[in-house]
Write a protein that binds this ligand. Structure first.
Ligand code: PMP
Length: 358
């Protein structure tokens, strides 16, 4: 059966990347060894790491003031590594409370210094981005989540401020053109748009480091990671390699401009179905809708399980909403072909016509 992968992460990868990884598990670059068997300090892996770093810089158009790191521990570890490295004990960091991932980041940061929540969308169940905020100019940094994976909202215009901006881009990185230099630190778990689980991308402007006095364990110290070339210990070799293959794929396909065009095309198609089919209800404020994760419900919630069963029957996986918000969610990351969204819309239309007003 033709599968349609709407998983929220780990999620869909380009077919070409899967083919290349599969081949490399048997024989990496015709060297007679598997990618799983090579040492991380071998020239083979050094080349992988160097190219991955170089492609990240190329895609982001960043200069050498920025360092590219491939770390462990997921974006979740960055929730604490960011404040540990950037928030002095007597300092204040500004956070936005627009979803569950931002909330977790706030919780971690509050152990290291003061947290000022600039705006919250909790009053409406995080179904919008609260843009009614002011940013204290003396803050150590400002943190936001560019795309709220669970709630289905996305920042379409970032704040302008002189305070260093830190962004969790886990679920929309490299899905659109961006002025990356507006951020001083960008982090993202790889398992949505740039590879498989196991590696977290961190891109940091060196000028913001070295300003806190507390003890930083080496594995949680960006300066140590930089000094050791992301190899304080054994890196997740295959995950870094999958990220390299995915970065090459993004560039071959036409780069961020093309990723953006595809994301807009996919999400427009799905949201126009959600807007026009009376059985389906998009839950997010129109102007804040995510191009990556569309969250919705059915007017008759009792039908949700039947709809999920129909999805399963048609090979559509990952449509169930996150356990914290319920409902339904379709994630449409970079590698998703338009045909999968077309198939979902066709099923939604059929389901609507069968059940609405019956
Ligand atoms: N931030 C965002 C925006 C996420 O979507 C997720 C989960 N996918 C996380 C952080 C946590 O990521 P991880 O599981 O890599 O720690």
């Amino acid at each position: 059966m033709q599968m349609h992968n709407f998983n929220s992460g780990p999620s869909i990868l380009p077919e070409k990347v899967l083919q290349q990884v599969a081949a490399s598990i048997i024989d990496f670059n015709n060297i007679g060894l598997s990618i799983l068997e090579i040492g991380h300090r071998s020239t083979w892996f050094e080349a992988v790491l160097a190219e991955a770093k170089q492609l990240i810089k190329q895609i982001m158009q960043l200069n050498d003031d920025y360092e590219v790191l491939f770390l462990h521990g997921g974006a979740t570890t960055q929730f604490l590594e960011v404040p540990m490295n950037l928030l002095p004990a007597n300092g204040t960091a500004v956070y936005f409370d627009n979803g569950i991932w931002g909330k977790k980041a706030i919780k971690e940061a509050s152990h290291f210094g003061k947290v000022h929540v600039a705006a919250s969308s909790a009053d409406k169940g995080h179904t919008y981005i609260n843009k009614n905020y002011t940013i204290p100019t003396d803050a150590a940094y400002l943190h936001l989540t560019s795309n709220n994976t669970v709630e289905g909202t996305q920042w379409h215009q970032f704040p302008t401020t002189n305070v260093p901006m830190v962004v969790d881009m886990s679920s929309d990185i490299f899905s659109k053109q961006e002025q990356f230099s507006q951020f001083k630190l960008i982090y993202a778990g790889a398992q949505k748009n740039i590879g498989a689980a196991g590696v977290t991308l961190v891109v940091v402007h060196k000028s913001i480091l070295g300003k806190v006095d507390r003890y930083l364990p080496p594995m949680l110290d960006y300066q140590q990671h930089i000094a050791n070339g992301s190899m304080i210990n054994t890196p997740p070799v295959i995950s870094v390699y999958i990220t390299l293959l995915t970065l090459r794929w993004i560039i071959e396909e036409g780069g961020l401009a093309e990723m953006e065009r595809r994301a807009i095309e996919r999400s427009r198609l799905l949201y126009s179905a959600l807007d026009s089919l009376p059985l389906f209800v998009p839950t997010v404020a129109r102007e804040d809708r995510s191009h990556m994760n569309a969250v919705f419900t059915l007017t008759t919630t009792a039908l949700e399980n039947e709809f999920l069963a129909a999805c399963k029957q048609h090979g559509m996986v990952g449509i169930k909403g996150h356990r914290s918000v319920g409902g339904l969610r379709a994630s449409m990351y970079n590698a998703m072909p338009l045909s999968s969204v077309q198939a979902l819309v066709a099923l939604m239309t059929e389901f609507n016509n069968k059940h609405y007003n019956n």
